[in-house]
Design a binder for this molecule. Structure first.
Ligand SMILES: Nc1nc2c(ncn2[C@@H]2O[C@H](COP(=O)(O)O[C@H]3[C@@H](O)[C@H](n4cnc5c(=O)[nH]c(N)nc54)O[C@@H]3COP(=O)(O)O)[C@@H](O)[C@H]2O)c(=O)[nH]1
Length: 725
């Protein structure tokens, strides 16, 4: 204004004034607009989730707008630093490429990296940058915008993982729309079902139903999904090729942003193998592994059910308890493998003899039970007889043709019991009676049988006390030489002097003792007693005698038996010939090959070993040859009818020849000789020794000595008094 020429005409001055005014207005207006623009820019920066940044010509941060705060990275952590001084996930190569762009003053867009803050947090950033030049065109730095893309990256990562999982998982996944029509399936679904994606799109997954089990799920399934958001359960589905498979399926509801169901996702795990394993385990729990017959547990269940039905219909039912006769011997002579083969064949044969509604069970060892619903006494008898008859046919086992018989006990509902336990117990009691009756027979239950079982129990507990209470005693039966009828030995036989029941014969308590551990105790007692008696006789001047003691198989399994006998002989100053051990043919088989060493040690000691009841068991010649035997005792069943039955005569002659021949060189002793005719036949057949009522009954030691003396040992009269004392 100072430069205005005051001598200028007034019009010029007015014009200048006007221009000045206009200029001032414009400036005010421009400033106002600038302020508004700045305010808008500031608001923009404050309200946007992005932030604005600036760097100087050395790429050091000089400014951050407030938007940076949403990254939780304080601007103070960044100001003054270059971007590559920060802790990022970029590799040196990536930095080098970016630096080259900066050095070339190029703009850049969406430069993404992850930054770790001083607080240890990781944030993903996306940066746009624009190089800046001053009015002279010189580079003055960069400015640009930054955006926190952490959530986007995470969501992207999650989606990537979900997609990978969808593709790679071994579970079959299908996604349906709200109409329950399939909109997507994964590769596992097509692999499991056999249907391609194109074949299933738009279909309701129910088309996979196999019909193996009633589709009871469907209605509650969708009701549960609607209520709880998911449902889980098992299906038996059908593959495209018709094969069925089991799946454990979870169906979950997917909701959209507004909270309305938009899809359903089904995840199905193939559990076919698991189901098969479960079924196998369940089968094993209820079936016998060897024969695949129902076991005791399944018998219990079926019997309960059958009893309930039978009771409602007022019908009858039978339980048959079966046990193979002398199965143990077969098991021992042959092998357990062959025993097993026989059991499998027995199981199969029993099944052919029964009806569809009957149940054949194996409840252990060689014990079988038949549950026969709708069966009265008459049918039970028919079935039992059919079984006995069917067992007459031999069983082809390995290279053998095995003949085996069976004993059967029968209990009838409602007569013999109203529940499974009682019926089984009573069928067992009847079976026991069938065995007592000589085996290979069937017996109906009778009430007295339980009384007998109870008596057996009482007797067993009394026998336990009898040994300690000195109620046992030894009887002696002479063993004579057939050629001159001279007593050359004796068999010691146990007797029980019961305080209430008098003298109990061993036939009543030996089986009880054998079924428990008492037989070993009883045998020990007999060995001691016989040695004591022998020493007393010798002290009294009686000539040496061999006394046989009956031992059970269990004794020979005791590794201390040889030392025990050696100790007893030494304690009583007896030679080993004073003792002979008797072992029944069936027990011989029971002792097994492991005890051969014990038998050989007894042989080395000089103690004789005789096989008792020979001819009743199954021992083979090769087995007999292997064992160090000294005598063979022909069972009394072959001697009994020797005079009248030519077959028995032939059998006895064969056994005698067997004992003498085949390199066995055994002494043969005939048991149960009751008549002179029997004696003569045996003598003619070449039998060496004999025992039986014809020569003398088993008697107490004193009576035995008396008889012995009568035979020619009168010089030892005093001994009678001695032993009686
Ligand atoms: N482990 C042990 N077993 C023993 C012992 N004592 C006996 N026993 C066994 O008990 C069964 C029955 O014995 P027992 O009642 O003594 O019968 C024996 C004889 O009395 C009988 N016998 C003898 N001669 C005749 C005869 O002419 N006729 C006839 N009907 N019976 C007769 O035979 C039995 C002897 O049998 P064995 O032992 O086979 O020679 C019996 O099995 C005994 O073995 C013992 O201490 N331990």
């Amino acid at each position: 204004m100072n430069s205005i020429n005051i001598s200028a005409p007034a019009s010029v001055v007015a014009r200048l004034r006007q221009l000045l005014n206009e200029y001032q207005h414009t400036e005010i207006e421009l400033r106002a607009r600038l302020r508004a623009s700045e305010a808008r820019f500031r608001d923009l920066l404050e309200m946007t989730s992005d932030w604005f940044w600036e760097q100087d010509a050395q790429f050091r941060f000089t400014y951050f707008s407030t938007g940076l705060a949403q990254t939780h990275i304080p601007s103070t952590e960044l100001l003054g630093k270059t971007r590559w001084e920060l802790s990022t996930n970029l590799t040196p190569e990536q930095w080098a490429a970016h630096r080259a762009m900066l050095d070339a003053h190029q703009p850049f867009r969406k430069f993404e990296y992850c930054i770790r803050t001083d607080a240890g947090e990781e944030r993903w950033l996306s940066i746009n940058g624009q190089p800046q030049f001053d009015e002279r065109g010189c580079f003055s730095g960069y400015r640009g915008a930054g955006r926190d893309i952490t959530e986007r990256r995470r969501t992207g990562e999650r989606q990537r993982l979900a997609a990978a999982m969808f593709e790679a998982t071994r579970d079959a996944i299908f996604i349906t729309d709200t109409e329950r029509n399939i909109v997507a399936v994964n590769p596992a679904f097509t692999a499991l079902s056999g249907y391609s994606e194109a074949e299933v799109l738009g279909r309701n997954p129910r088309f996979l139903k196999s019909g193996r089990y009633a589709d009871a799920h469907s209605a509650p399934l969708w009701e549960v999904v609607g209520r709880k958001g998911f449902w889980q359960g098992e299906f038996w589905n059908q593959r495209k090729d018709g094969e069925t498979y089991a799946v454990l399926t979870t169906i979950s509801e997917v909701r959209d942003a507004s909270g309305r169901p938009s899809h359903y996702v089904g995840v199905a795990t193939d559990i076919t193998h698991q189901k098969a394993a479960e079924q196998r385990i369940e089968h094993l729990a209820y079936h016998d592994a060897l024969t695949d017959l129902p076991n005791r547990a399944l018998l219990g269940q079926r019997a309960e059910l059958a009893l309930a039905l039978t009771a409602r219909r007022h019908e009858a039912l039978a339980l048959l308890s079966l046990d193979l006769d002398r199965f143990k011997e077969i098991n021992d002579v042959l092998s357990h493998t062959e025993g097993d083969i026989l059991l499998v064949q027995v199981a199969a044969r029993l099944k052919t003899l029964t009806g569809d509604t009957d149940t054949v069970c194996r409840i252990g060892g060689d014990e079988f039970v038949l549950l026969l619903p709708e069966t009265d006494q008459e049918r039970a008898l028919r079935v039992a007889d059919k079984i006995l008859a069917a067992f007459r046919q031999p069983f082809p086992v390995a290279r053998h043709s095995l003949r085996i018989t069976v004993s059967i006990g029968i209990a009838l509902y409602p007569h013999d019991g109203s529940n499974v336990t009682d019926l089984l117990k009573n069928a067992d009691a009847a079976l026991h009676q069938a065995k007592q009756n000589g085996r290979n027979t069937r017996t109906f239950y009778a009430q007295e049988m339980n009384a007998a079982a109870f008596e057996r129990l009482v007797l067993e507990s009394e026998l336990r006390r009898a040994i300690a209470a000195s109620q046992l005693c030894a009887y002696y039966q002479p063993k004579v030489r057939l050629s001159d009828s001279q007593i050359i030995g004796a068999e010691a036989l146990v007797r029980w002097r019961h305080p209430d029941h008098g003298l109990i014969p061993p036939g009543r308590f030996i089986p009880l003792a054998e079924a428990s551990d008492l037989i070993a105790e009883l045998g020990d007692w007999m060995l001691k007693e016989v040695c004591r008696q022998q020493a007393a006789w010798r002290d009294a001047g009686l000539p040496p005698l061999t006394v046989a003691v009956n031992l059970a198989a269990r004794h020979f399994r005791n590794s201390g038996l040889v030392a025990q006998i050696q100790g007893l002989l030494a304690a009583h100053s007896l030679p080993p010939q004073a003792l002979e051990l008797e072992l029944t043919e069936s027990s011989l088989l029971e002792i097994g090959p492991n005890t051969e060493e014990t038998l050989l040690a007894l042989e080395r000691l000089g103690v004789g070993l005789a096989i008792d009841d020979f001819g009743t068991g199954y021992s083979s010649l090769s087995y007999l040859k292997r064992l160090p035997l000294t005598a063979l005792k022909v069972d009394q069943s072959f001697v009994r009818d020797l005079v009248s039955d030519p077959d028995d005569r032939t059998l006895a002659a064969t056994i005698i020849a067997l004992g003498h021949g085949h390199g066995l060189g055994l002494q043969v002793v005939a048991e149960g000789v009751e008549t002179d005719e029997q004696r003569r036949i045996l003598l003619d057949q070449g039998c060496d020794l004999a025992q039986g009522y014809f020569f003398g009954q088993p008697v107490p030691a004193a009576d035995f000595v008396a008889g012995w003396i009568r035979q020619g040992f009168s010089d030892v009269q005093d001994a009678v008094e001695l032993t009686e004392a």
